[in-house]
Write a protein that binds this ligand. Sequence first.
Ligand SMILES: *[C@@H]1O[C@H](CO)[C@@H](O)[C@H](O)[C@H]1NC(C)=O
Ligand SMILES: *[C@@H]1O[C@H](CO)[C@@H](O)[C@H](O)[C@H]1NC(C)=O
Length: 220
Amino acid sequence: MYQKWFLLVSVLVLSAKLCTGQVLQFGTCGDVPPMQFFDLERFLGEWYEIERFPHWYERYGECAYLRFQYCERRVEIEHIYVRTGVRFILQQNSSYAPGDEAIFMIDSSNIDPIGIPMSVLNTDYSNYAVVYGCKYNENLDIKYLSAWILSRTSDLSEEMLQRAYQVLNSIPYANIAYLEKVEQRTNLCKFHWTAVIAAENITDTMRTQTISDDGVLALL
Ligand SMILES: *[C@@H]1O[C@H](CO)[C@@H](O)[C@H](O)[C@H]1NC(C)=O
Ligand SMILES: *[C@@H]1O[C@H](CO)[C@@H](O)[C@H](O)[C@H]1NC(C)=O
């Protein structure tokens, strides 16, 4: 019984957070194949975030970019952004072997308690990329969606942006209405401190707590 209540509270909290926190929907993820003939070498490096679905862990983070580095059959993915004068560098690893599909699996961690994978849906390597993720939680019958429109420079031409919208619109559940613009203006990018946060494995019980903690506090 307690367990049920706990789940219910979590669900309420999760849906309440929808407006700012994270894109959530009922039901399973659709089948979304990543791009074919993906060339990791050419994809590596820095990608500015032009627009993205809101995520818990990047909330209100401006001047954001992603950095992909390959080392010992691992792709290290860094989310770098500035929030109120502090630069955050979130580091996660995804195992990757040459020839793998264009999907980076993410373990659930203190950074992303859900562990939403990152699939490259399309990229021309030198201008833009569309990255998408979906993870289904059977217990709650909820899926968590993420998406980024990325650019090699801090802006993206209208033509490329429209192309990226088309890619996102062509897959199930990923409405471009969820997208928020990421500020890349220099005055918002100033920072005085840097916080480096490396992903640490967490257990399943901790995961539930992490999700509901601040929500439950808010309800009390
Ligand atoms: C990622 O993997 C590299 C190489 O094995 C390691 O040095 C680094 O500490 C790892 N980072 C995280 C966040 O686990
Ligand atoms: C985290 O745990 C998973 C599964 O238990 C394991 O496969 C993975 O290597 C761990 N990751 C790190 C960075 O320790």
